[in-house]
Each structure stands twice: as C-alpha cells, then as structure tokens.
Design a binder for this molecule. Structure first.
Ligand SMILES: Nc1ncnc2c1ncn2[C@@H]1O[C@H](COP(=O)(O)OP(=O)(O)OP(=O)(O)O)[C@@H](O)[C@H]1O
Length: 903
C-alpha cells in the first residue's frame, strides 16, 4: 500500500501503499536528499514541506497467517533507512531487481503508532495551524489501506488500541492539543462514501436506509471460482470500488486584534481509496481506463468537492426558517434599521466632514510647523550672525583693552612720578627752607661778624660759611634731584600698578562678559534644542494621530463596507425572497388562470351540451342543470379555496423566510452600527486627545520660542550694558587718572617752579652775597695791601733804628696780643670761631705802628707775605708761623717767647 500526502486546494499531502506499476512509484532520485537522511525526519520535515507539497510514503504489510501457511514467497524487500523498495524479480533464472525510492518507507514491522507519529502527526499540527491537508491511502485490495486509515477500533478503557489507525489517532491528537491549549474551537466531521459515483453521508442516519435499500436492490452474481469456492462477484466489485472520505474541519479562535476576531480554519481529509486494481477490472470505467491515476484522483476530488458543496447548500437551505409572527416585527426592525442606516450614514458623513476638518487642521498645523521651522532657521542664522558680531566686538574689545593697558601703564607711572616729585618737592622745600634759614642765620652771623669784626678775617670766615652753605645747597639740590628721580620712579611704579589694577579690572570684566556670553549661548542652544525636541515630539504626535485617524478611517470604512455588504446581502435576500414570492404569485396566477380557462372551457362545453339537451327537454333538465351548475361552482370554489390556502401557506413560509433574513440582517446591522459608533467614539476621543496634546505641544513650543527670544534679548541687553558700563568705567577711571595726573603735574610744576624760583632767588642772593663778600674781600685786600706796605716800611724803619726797645716792644706786643686775644677770644666751641679769633694782621700791624721807622724795611718784606696770606686765612697762620720760624728766627723766637729775647 502507498500513502500519498497530496496537495489539497490550498496545500498538501498524501499516502500510498504497495508497489505497483503506477506513476507514483517511478524512481525519483531528485527528491532524495543524502545530507538529510541521517537527521531526524520530524525535524527536517518542516523544511522539506516548504519545498515539497506532495509526499509519497510506502507501507508494506506483513504476510498474513494464511499467506505464511501457503508459503507465499516474498516479492518485496524494504529498506527503511535508504527509503527504497526493491521488487525482487527473476527473469530466466536471472535476478533482475527493480529499486524504487519514496519519501519514506515503512516495513512490515512498522507499527500503527510509529507510522502516525512520523507521517501524520506533523500534518495534523499543520492543520491546527490553519492549513488544509489531505492524506489518502492507495493500493491494491487487501494491502492494508483500511487497516492503516481506520485500523482496529476496539477501545481499551478510553485509550486507543495499538492497532488504531490514522483517523482515530488524528481525532485524538486534535482534541488533545486543543484541550491542552484551552482553546476556543469548533470541530466538524463528515464521513462520506463515494460509491458507484454517488455520495453517501455515512454519519447521516436518514440516508442509511436509502443506501441500504439501494444496495439491497443491486444484483449480485453468484459464481464459482473453479476451486470449489463461491464468489459474490458483483458484491465484491461494488464494495471494493467504494471510496471513503473522512473530513475534519477545525475552527480555532486565535486572538482579538482590536474589535476583530481572528479565527484559524484548518481542514484534514483522510481518504481511503478503492482498490487500485478494481477500477480497471470492474468495467464501470472502461472509458477512463487509459486515464492516468492523477487525473482520476483529481476528478474524484472535484467530485467530492462538488458533492460537499451540494450537501452544504442543502443544509443551509433546510436550516433557514422564518416564522410568520416575527415577520412584522422584523419589518418594523427593518424600517428602524433603515432609519438607523440613514442616521449612521449621516453620522458617517459628519465623521467624514470631521475627518476632513481634522485633515485640514493637520495640514494647517503642518504649515505652521513649517513656518516655525523656517523661523527657527532664521533665528539660527541671526544667532550665528550675532555670534560673529560678538566675536568681532570681542576682538575689538581685546585691542582696546591692550591699548588701555598701555595707556594705564603710562598714566600709573606718571602718577607715581608726580607723587614722588611732590613728596620730593616738599622735602626740597623743607630743605630749602632750612637752607634759607641757615643762610639767613649765616648772613646774620656774617653781618654780625662783619659788624663785630670788620676785618678780612671775618670776611674769610663768612666766605667759608657761604661756600659750605652753597655746598650744602648744591648737595640739597642734588639730593632733591635724586629724590625727584626717585619720585619719578615711584610715580612710574604707581602708574604701572594702577594700570595693572585697571587691567585686572578690565580682564575680569572681559571674563564676566565671556562667561555671560557663554551662558547666553548655552541657554540659546538649550532653548533651540528644546524647540527642536518639541518639534520632534510634535511630529511624532502628529504622526501617531495621523496613524490613529487613518486606522479609525480604515476601521470605519471597513465597517461601512461590512454594513453595506450586509445591507446589500439583506436586500439581495429580500429580492430573492420577493422574486420567489413573485414566482409563487405568478405560479398561482397562472394556475388560477389555467384553472379558470379550463373552467371556462368546461363551462362552455357543458353549457353547449346542456343547451342542446335543453332544447330536447327544457323543463326536465333545467332543474338538474341548475343543481349541477351549483355543485360545479361549489367544487370550483372549494378547489380555488384549497389553492389559495396552499398559496397562503407558501406566502406565509416565504414571508417567514424574509422575516428571518431581515431579523438576521437587523441584528448584524445593529451590531455593526454599535461597532461603528464605538469606533467613532474611540476615533473622536483619540482625535480630541491628539488635538489637546498637539495644542499643548504647540503652546509649549511657542512658549519656548518666546522664552528663547527673551533670553536672547536679555543677553544682548546684558552684553550691551556690560560693554557700556565697562567702557564708562574705563573712561571714567582714565579721565579721573588723567585729571589726577594733570593736578599732580600742575602741582609738581608749580612746586618745581616755586622751588626753582626760590632756588634761583636764593642763588642770586647767594651770588650777590658772594660778590659782595668778594668785593669786600678785594677792598679789604687792597686796604690790607696798603696797610701791609705801610707796615713793611714801618718794620724796615723799626729794624734799622731800634733793636733795644725789643723788650719793651715785646712786652708791649705781649701786652697787645694778650689784649687782642682777650678781645678776640671765641666764646663758642666751633673751630671757625677759633680760626676767626686768631689775631689779625692789622692788630699786629697796629701794634707795630707804634715802633720807630728803623724797622720798616723788614716789616715791608713780611707785609707782602702777610697780604698774600690773608686771602687764605686758614693757611695763613700756619704759613706765617713757618715763615717766621725760617726767615726770621729772632721774630719767631720772639713771637714764641717775646719776653725772653727782650729780657
Ligand atoms: N500492517 C498490517 N498488519 C497486520 N495486518 C494487516 C496489516 N495491513 C493489513 N492487514 C490485514 O490485512 C487484511 C486486509 O487489509 P485491509 O482490509 O485493510 O485491506 P484494504 O487495502 O483495505 O483492502 P480493500 O481494498 O479491499 O479495502 C485485513 O485483515 C487487515 O487486518
């Protein structure tokens, strides 16, 4: 037997038994897959099934007890591993074997369970996945087709027996799987027999009697088989020619997607074909003997489908019944439904208008979005431009800052110099004041000296003091210049420090501006990012709302289509029913008209006959004729009443049909209307939601744009304020410093000019004093020269004339010197005073003036030296002392000990 898993209308599969010279069993090496042989069949099955829709499997039954007893030779050898069947043949004592390949080979030891698990269970799984599959058994009579498909049905306490075939196992597997999945399902089973080109529903109880009757009527020929046995030839052929089709249709509720219910529908046909050798042998299909078995099977399947369609149509026809009392109600419901449909159409129109409005709103929002995007782009461009301007301004600001730094440095230096100069000018002024006081005191002293002394010695001391004062003044002037230099340096340092301070202030302002700019830029960027995010969000929301609207539209369209289809079906049904009613009415009218015609004809014939008879016997027949007419009319009216009753019944039946159809349509319409209403409510709700969300998002977007605009304006105003304030601060500081510098400069100039004037005045005074002292010195020198000449003459005279009176002269000289010394003795501790207190030459000369003229020659010589020596009083005494010691030892000696020589 071979089992073929063949394609059905949509897909698959088959089964076949026993090798025979059939097209199925031709070697097909292209179907073999060596690489997949070793692997598990069940695991590879799905992959193969994707490519191969028809599989041919072979099952070889074991030899029966009878065959074993008869020692029937084996003619077939199965190789399950290689999936090959070898037909053993010996021709002329030569072994000529033929090898056939199949998709799967089951040997004699294969059990029902393993065959089912390997070959049928995957197909049942695919049926439960929603595919249509067919398994049919094909082979010669007695090869085990029925055993394989049905098997032993003996039940062992609820479990399937080991010999149970494909059909009970498939049913059991389907129930087990669906119950395990706790699925919501329905299963329909038909068991049809195709017998003598007629279909019999084996599960329909009322048809059994007829088929049994039909079969009982069939002639059976009783024949001898030549071996002493009797064969029921006719019965055998007819029985083996029957095909059986066991169909399982499964509807499984898959899941709900929204309002829709998904239902999987799968169908499994398990076909047990008639013995393959009997079709040609029976003679019933002589014309088809040459037809290939594929064509035959196709024929059979088409016929099976046709029969199934007939059965379904018959069932549907018989199942539709509309009671009369529901007709009026359904009519009313129909009207209400029509109104409802109108209302729904109006609502649908309104919905469509609303959808159009939403679409326009969406388009306008898209346009607004585009505008916002363009504004954002403009804003970006402006921002970039302002950033560029800001960079330029920053560069200019940096240049200005560097210039300011330079100027500030110079200003700080100048300020420091000015301060130092002022300080130094003050010190110098003090110095000059003290110097002037000193000079004043000096002049006072000088005047005093001049007044007190009146000689060249006081003038010399005054000159020395003047020189020392001038030196001091020069020192003070140089120190003042030094201090001025220091003051200038200090001013320079002060200027640099001030400039550095200014620089630090400006740099801090610059950094503050930069920070402010950075913060502003980051804020602007964050606001731009916020705007972009909100735009993206808006896009997303618009996209979602559009999708939802589209879904809602699709849903409403679908429901509208369903409603219109249902309405169309309903009106078609009504048309059909109306046409049926019209047919019935026409039929009844034609029947009535026929009957009336017949009646008229009969009436005319009878009237003619009666008229003829009436001529013969008017009085006798007239009464009979009247009674007969009355009876005839009564009969006609009765028959008409019966016909009308039938018609009324038919009409009632048709009206009940219509009522049923309209109630069904009404229900469906109501359901669809509710569904449409629900969908519409959901759509409107989602649209309102999306509108609210879009409005809020747009509001947020506009708020963000306004905020960013305000931030930008704030930043710009802050930057400008900062620039202005920094510029004003810098300008004010610079002006202040410049004014301070100017004031300091003025002060410095005035102080320096005052000091200069004072110094010049002092210098002029000193110079005048010096000149005065010089002239005085010259005059005193001249006087002293004259006096020295006079003294020298007198000394020469004194030396020449009188040496004796030296003692007296010495004593007198001692006395004079002692007196002079006493007069000129210095009371102060200063050495100058001691110098000044040295006895002057005039006093000596005055003393000499009292001596005779003999001593004048030696005095003249000495007087020249004394006159010269007077110009340098400090040296003079010393030189005079030496001279007296070297040139006139007597004089020196006498000067040291005047009284000694004299005595
Ligand atoms: N694999 C098997 N193991 C044991 N017995 C089997 C096997 N296959 C078939 N048989 C037996 O062989 C006999 C014939 O089988 P079956 O009636 O199923 O053949 P068939 O092909 O259906 O014949 P037909 O075409 O006349 O219907 C039966 O008695 C059955 O029990």
């Amino acid at each position: 037997m071979s089992m073929s898993l063949t394609p059905d209308h949509f897909r698959k599969s088959g089964f076949g038994l026993v090798p025979s010279p059939a097209p199925f069993l031709t070697p097909r090496p292209e179907r073999r897959r060596p690489e997949s042989r070793s692997s598990d069949l069940s695991s590879n099955r799905q992959d193969r099934d994707k490519e191969v829709n028809v599989q041919v499997l072979l099952r070889c039954r074991p030899l029966s007890d009878e065959e074993q007893r008869a020692n029937v030779p084996r003619v077939i050898s199965c190789n399950e591993h290689r999936r090959e069947v070898t037909v053993l043949q010996s021709v002329a004592n030569k072994q000529v074997d033929r090898v056939f390949s199949f998709d799967k080979v089951f040997g004699p030891k294969a059990q029902q369970r393993s065959i089912y698990d390997q070959a049928i269970a995957p197909i049942v799984n695919e049926v439960l996945d929603g595919f249509n599959c067919t398994v049919f058994a094909y082979g010669q009579t007695g090869t085990g087709k029925t055993y394989t498909m049905e098997g032993g049905m003996r039940n062992k306490g609820g479990d399937l027996p080991a010999e149970a075939g494909v059909i009970p196992r498939a049913v059991r597997q389907i129930f087990d799987i669906l119950e395990a999945q706790n699925a919501d399902y329905s299963m329909k089973v038909t068991f049809l027999e195709l017998y003598n080109e007629e279909i019999t529903d084996l599960l329909a109880s009322e048809d059994n009697s007829r088929s049994i009757d039909d079969r009982q009527k069939r002639p059976v020929s009783l024949m001898e088989d030549g071996k002493g046995c009797v064969v029921l030839r006719g019965l055998e052929e007819e029985v083996v020619r029957s095909h059986s089709v066991f169909s399982i249709t499964v509807h499984i509720k898959e899941s709900n997607i929204g309002e829709e219910e998904l239902i999987k529908c799968g169908k499994l046909n398990l076909v047990d074909l008639a013995g393959s050798e009997n079709i040609s042998r029976s003679g019933a299909r002589e014309a088809n003997q040459k037809i290939s078995k594929t064509v035959l099977l196709k024929d059979l399947f088409l016929e099976i489908d046709r029969m199934k369609e007939d059965v379904r149509a018959a069932r549907e026809r018989n199942g539709v019944y509309v009671p009369h009392d529901r007709f009026a109600q359904e009519e009313a419901e129909k009207k209400a439904r029509a109104q409802k449909i109108e209302q729904l159409e109006i609502e649908l129109n309104l919905n469509e208008k609303e959808v159009d409005r939403f679409r326009e709103l969406y388009m306008s929002e898209q346009e607004e979005k585009l505008e916002v995007t363009s504004e954002l782009k403009d804003c970006k461009v402006n921002l970039e431009k302002s950033n560029k301007d800001l960079l330029d301004l920053r560069e200019q600001y940096r240049v200005a800052i560097s210039t300011l730094k330079e100027k500030e440095f110079i200003i700080s230096k100048l300020l420091y110099s000015e301060n130092s100069l002022v300080e130094r000018a003050k010190e110098l002024r003090n110095g000059l004041q003290s110097a002037s006081e000193d000079i004043t005191s000096l002049f006072t002293t000088l005047e005093f000296e001049v007044v007190a002394d009146g000689t060249g010695l006081g003038t010399c001391q005054a000159t020395k003091a003047l020189e020392s004062r001038i030196r001091k003044m020069a020192d003070a002037y140089s120190s003042g210049i030094e201090s001025l230099k220091e003051f200038a340096n200090a001013m320079k340092e002060n200027s640099s420090s001030d400039l550095e301070q200014l620089n630090a202030t400006i740099s801090s302002q610059v950094s503050a501006i930069e920070q402010l700019l950075a913060v502003t830029v980051s804020e602007a960027q964050s606001s731009i990012e916020d705007i972009q995010n909100s735009l993206r969000e808006q896009e997303h929301i618009l996209y979602i709302s559009t999708q939802q609207q589209e879904k809602g539209l699709e849903r409403s369209l679908r429901h509208t289509q369903v409603i219109s289809k249902a309405t169309m079906d309903f009106f078609d049904d009504i048309n059909v029913q109306a046409s049926k009613v019209m047919n019935v009415l026409e039929e009844s009218q034609t029947k009535q008209s026929d009957w009336l015609n017949n009646f008229h004809q009969t009436f005319q014939e009878q009237t003619a006959r009666e008229e003829k008879q009436a001529l013969e016997d008017i009085t006798k027949i007239l009464g009979n004729m009247t009674s007969r007419r009355t009876a005839h009319v009564m009969e006609a009216s009765r028959s008409m009443q019966g016909m009308r009753t039938d018609e009324h019944k038919k009409m009632q039946q048709e009206m009940s049909y219509i009522h049923q159809a309209s109630s069904d349509a009404n229900k469906e319409l109501r359901r669809h209307a509710e569904e449409v209403k629900r969908n519409f409510m959901a759509d409107s709700f989602s649209v309102a939601e999306s509108r609210v969300v879009m409005e809020t998002v747009l509001q947020e977007c506009s708020d963000k744009v306004n905020r960013s605009k305000e931030q930008l304006e704030n930043a710009q105003s802050k930057v400008s304020d900062l620039n202005r304030s920094s510029a004003l601060g810098v300008e004010a500081a610079v002006r202040e410093k410049i004014s301070i510098n100017n004031v300091a400069q003025q002060q410095f100039l005035s102080a320096s000019s005052a000091v200069d004037e004072e110094f010049c005045g002092r210098t002029v005074d000193v110079m005048a004093a010096v000149e005065d002292s010089l002239t005085r010195d010259q005059e005193s020198t001249k006087e002293m020269d004259a006096m020295a000449t006079l003294c020298m003459n007198q000394l020469k005279t004194i030396q020449e004339k009188h040496g004796e009176s030296i003692a007296s002269i010495r004593s007198k000289a001692d006395k004079c010197l002692t007196q002079d010394y006493e007069v000129d003795e210095d009371t102060s501790s200063r050495p100058e005073r001691r110098v000044i207190s040295v006895p002057s030459m005039s006093s000596i000369e005055k003393m000499r003036m009292s001596f005779p003229a003999a001593a004048n020659g030696s005095v003249e010589e000495e007087g020249e030296n004394v006159g010269h020596r007077l110009s340098s009083p400090s040296k003079w005494s010393h030189h005079h002392h030496q001279m007296t010691e070297s040139k006139n030892p007597q004089l020196v000696h006498s000067s040291r000990a005047p009284l000694g020589d004299v005595n």
